[in-house]
Design a protein around this ligand. Sequence first.
Ligand SMILES: NC(=O)c1ccc[n+]([C@@H]2O[C@H](COP(=O)([O-])OP(=O)(O)OC[C@H]3O[C@@H](n4cnc5c(N)ncnc54)[C@H](OP(=O)(O)O)[C@@H]3O)[C@@H](O)[C@H]2O)c1
Length: 361
Amino acid sequence: MNAIHSIGCIGCGNMGAALLEGFAKKDKALSLYGYNRSPAKVERLAPLGIIQSASPDELARTADLVIVAVKPYQVPEVLSKIREALRKDTLLLSVAAGIPKATLARESGTARVIRCMPNTPATVGKGIFALAFAQEIPSAIQTAILDLFSLLGLALPLPESKFAAFSSLIGAGPAYVVTMMQGMVQAGITLGFTEKDSRRMVTALFEGTAVWAQAKEDHLMALRDAVSSPAGLTIEGVNVLERKAFAGTTVDAVLAANARALAMEKSWHTLRPIKNLWPSAWSTLQTATRESSYCCRPRCGTLCRISAFFCQKQQRTRLPACTGHNHVLQFVKLIAMGPTPRMWEYPAFRHKRLLYLAINL
Ligand SMILES: NC(=O)c1ccc[n+]([C@@H]2O[C@H](COP(=O)([O-])OP(=O)(O)OC[C@H]3O[C@@H](n4cnc5c(N)ncnc54)[C@H](OP(=O)(O)O)[C@@H]3O)[C@@H](O)[C@H]2O)c1
């Protein structure tokens, strides 16, 4: 199979829905399927011709390319559900941040895996996608997938070793850009424009400047010189940016994000089934899912059964729903990450008490 005729997406939240929507608009010949825990998110996509699958395994049996677009800590659970259903020639692509190809292959049982890192503008059809392909995927198929993602923005093949760098520069990039935008909007307000007008002008400025820079081959500094007349107003503003080391500060911001990305990649590399890594926590989790019978947020299924279990063990009738839910999410994240030396630094693990409960019960 070289051509991709059908795509299915498990998890149709912000990113999953944006991908399906983009493919639906750009390639009418594709058959598109969606599965989401809360079905309403797929129902919303029906007018675009996206078909709701009854279950993740039905989707996995149907689609040539299966996209997993759930939160990273939810990926192992989804992969375990579709493991048996994946065909030999199915391609599995994950957009989950930080999950390596090796983990995808191990948890799904297929070697035909692709790790993809999109950035947020992908949700409006202007994304940048880095794609790392398993070597088992023939180059003709790699090209077909790059062509497919090019419909939604810029798609680049990238070795996995560069994903942390890509995430720090391009994944986090929109945050740097909107920070500069905010400064300019504030300046506009200071100069007497309304916030609304200032924002409209500044966003159009960024869009126009990006298109202009893309159209020219000149060095960016030559473009800057071109708009800075001698003794003019622009060079006065540019001089202030230079004195404040604006370019150097931007480099430092990206390098700081990169250091964090490398630390996070390292902790995901330790992702192993908790069963082997941490048997006591695993058996507690299993007991929790088996023994509890009530649920503080019915829609949450297993997660809340675990939450209920901890409530019972603490001899409380129930924790306030959202507190219990958050604790459980933190616990599940912890399980997904595995115990790493730095895990206490991760904000989700502040509720150490739950962890102690888990391993001491
Ligand atoms: N958003 C971005 O800009 C961006 C950028 C780069 C990478 N990513 C990656 O994209 C992934 C999704 O992010 P997002 O922002 O789209 O998150 P999101 O809006 O929360 O979407 C996740 C979706 O997955 C669904 N889901 C959870 N567990 C499921 C299961 N077992 N079966 C089926 N569906 C399930 C959720 O359904 P419910 O609503 O029912 O819970 C939700 O609709 C993440 O891994 C993230 O790292 C996102």
